[in-house]
Design a protein around this ligand. Sequence first.
Ligand SMILES: N[C@@H](CCC(=O)N[C@@H](CS)C(=O)NCC(=O)O)C(=O)O
Length: 202
Amino acid sequence: MRLHYSPASPYVRKVLATAIELGLDGGIALVPTQVWDPDSDLPSVNPLGKVPALELDDGGVLYDSPVICEFLAAQVAQPALYPPPGPARWTMLRRAALADGILDAAVGRVVEERRRPQEFCYQGWCERLSAAVERALDVFEAEMAELPALDYATLTLAVALGYLDFRFAERDWRPGRPALAAWNADFSGRPSLVRTQPKEAG
Ligand SMILES: N[C@@H](CCC(=O)N[C@@H](CS)C(=O)NCC(=O)O)C(=O)O
């Protein structure tokens, strides 16, 4: 399998951390990709022009990190990152969507501030995105006691918190959220997360 990736992308980090947890990372070759380069061949792999995109050994392609992660999890029986259909699964998927929403809002703000010409950067929009992040973090703080030890949602949450630290270090999310902060301090020590720390794209 070939993973089109950027070292700064949290969605890519989620896929790689999932692969490591599942013991599948050895079968994935990394294809460095400059997503913002107009000459990039990424759109021929993923028409949306986004990473991660995973080329499969049978010639097929998967994109969007939730799809790729679920595919990877289906390749092995353990660890079970997805509960079977039922209330536990719907809760896990809701939490994963909430954590992905943090990523979407945080990445959206980075794009607004770094990629758009300064005169087109809409401050009200940036604040709306940050408000969504704050509310989502508060929900996680309230639900911390119910989180399982490891599933797809907890991995996504850890990646989202790591991305906030990577891109918004000056706006620490920890004050007022002691349970989330304690959980993250512990969970982010997992080898899958230590080995996939975000880095600025070269
Ligand atoms: N929903 C997608 C989001 C992927 C995404 O937005 N990736 C960013 C990099 S962090 C990207 O490739 N952006 C390029 C673009 O939006 O054109 C996923 O979960 O994989």
